[in-house]
Design a protein around this ligand. Structure first.
Ligand code: SF4
Ligand code: SF4
Length: 390
């Protein structure tokens, strides 16, 4: 298992993490077997957003005696009212159900205390100065939560929250389809249209700028991204159901997510032992089996070639490089800087920490012949040297 820094929190998490959502309604025995297998496989990070009492209690019971071996992402604002899940901003409900989470998980701390489901900009504007935020800050001060997180599906809202400096971890919906669907299209409508047989045309589109700006903001602020919806509820695995019109494998979706800036872990939903085995298998696959570049390159928008020469997908399909440059990493840092034209300290430090930088480029052009997206790599290497100084 590979482990990654959880941004500025100082914590280290397994890049494959356990999303517990689908454990709701399952027996204690099954929940324990899933958690046992996940922990045995090296997973040390769990998301528990559900407010349903029984699943919380069963997860707590399954973790008994090994709480310190895992990092828990628990949510503030995910409540259980009148026998139903409810997203709440009522401070009384938020306090009650956060305390319920601690009690049922049989712990006195949560590693990431997530402000739950903040999608609308107006929701964040209110929340930033609310009693709920003061509650989260006081929990952090007392050490009851070790960091503050927020879950969101909206890049504009999420960026605003990240830039406030209050959010250490962002749980965000991330996959290639979401990244490529333009902001002015309603995402749910796009997926529904696909299911009803309407062909989507992404020709000429590029990485949705609002999402690129969010990833840059996260990198700059040291806010780690924990990924949800990496498969878009499984639709990306089917040519017929995916708006992209191609079928990706689970491994390709996971590697796409892990290759985005600031991403620390992908929360994979697991509800049976075979799901755990499948998720852990990712760690044993070859680079070729994980490679999302080749299949994404078959998209119409890349085949037409216009306007996508600058769209590096960070797949490293262009390797090997005789100068041993990590081309995807150089490209990623260059994109982060070029988004707003200034190298921030954190991006510059990350770039300079690379073993070999763009200055070592021999201009052999081998990478350009291999890049399935037609990216002009040597030109980008020159720009990286101009930007970072080496
Ligand atoms: S240059 Fe091409 S092959 Fe290399 S990382 Fe970027 S998109 Fe992938
Ligand atoms: S052109 Fe530069 S970056 Fe590309 S393979 Fe050759 S040395 Fe590596």
């Amino acid at each position: 298992m590979n482990y990654r820094k959880l941004g500025r929190t100082g914590m280290t998490v397994s890049e494959i993490a356990l999303g517990c959502e689908h454990l709701q309604g399952k027996s204690y025995e099954l929940i324990k077997s899933v958690i046992d297998a996940a922990l045995d496989g090296g997973i040390n990070f769990l998301d528990v957003f559900m407010s349903e009492p029984e699943v919380r209690s069963n997860i707590g019971k399954a973790l008994l005696g090994r709480r310190e071996k895992v990092l828990l992402q628990g949510h503030i604002g995910s409540c259980w009212v009148d026998g139903q899940y409810k997203v709440s901003r009522d401070i009384g409900e938020c306090v009650t159900y956060f305390e319920d989470l601690l009690e049922r998980l049989q712990t006195d701390y949560i590693d990431v205390g997530m402000l739950h489901f903040v999608d609308k900009e107006t929701d964040w504007d209110t929340l930033e100065h609310s009693e709920m935020m003061r509650f989260a800050l006081s929990l952090k001060e007392k050490g009851v939560i070790r960091s503050i997180g927020m879950s969101s599906h909206n890049p504009v809202t999420a960026k605003k929250a990240v830039e406030s400096g209050l959010i250490d971890v962002l749980m965000f919906s991330l996959n290639p389809a979401y990244d490529l669907i333009p902001k002015d299209r309603d995402m749910t409508a796009v997926f529904t249209e696909v299911l009803t047989g309407t062909k989507q045309d992404f020709t000429g589109f590029t990485l949705e700028p609002a999402r690129a700006e969010l990833y840059r903001a996260c990198e700059e602020h040291g806010t780690a991204i924990t990924v949800m919806k990496s498969l878009a509820m499984g639709t990306l695995l089917s040519k017929e159901r995916s708006p992209l019109g191609i079928a990706l494998t689970e491994a390709q979706c996971i590697s796409y997510a892990l290759d985005r800036p600031a991403v620390a872990a992908v929360m994979v939903g697991m509800q049976r032992l075979s799901d755990v085995e499948k998720a852990l298998e990712y760690e044993t696959l070859s680079a070729e089996e994980r490679d999302h570049g080749k299949v994404l390159a078959s998209l119409e928008m890349f085949r037409t070639g216009t306007g996508t020469e600058e769209l590096c997908m960070y797949c490293n399909h262009c390797l090997p490089c005789p100068a041993k440059i990590d081309i995807a990493a150089v490209s990623k840092y260059l994109d982060l800087v070029e988004l707003d034209g200034r190298p921030t300290d954190s991006v510059k430090q990350h770039y300079l920490a690379l073993g070999t930088t763009a200055g070592s480029c021999l201009e052999c052009g081998a990478c350009e012949k291999r890049c399935p997206f037609g990216v002009k790599v040597t030109e980008r290497m020159h720009r990286a040297v101009r930007t970072f100084g080496k």
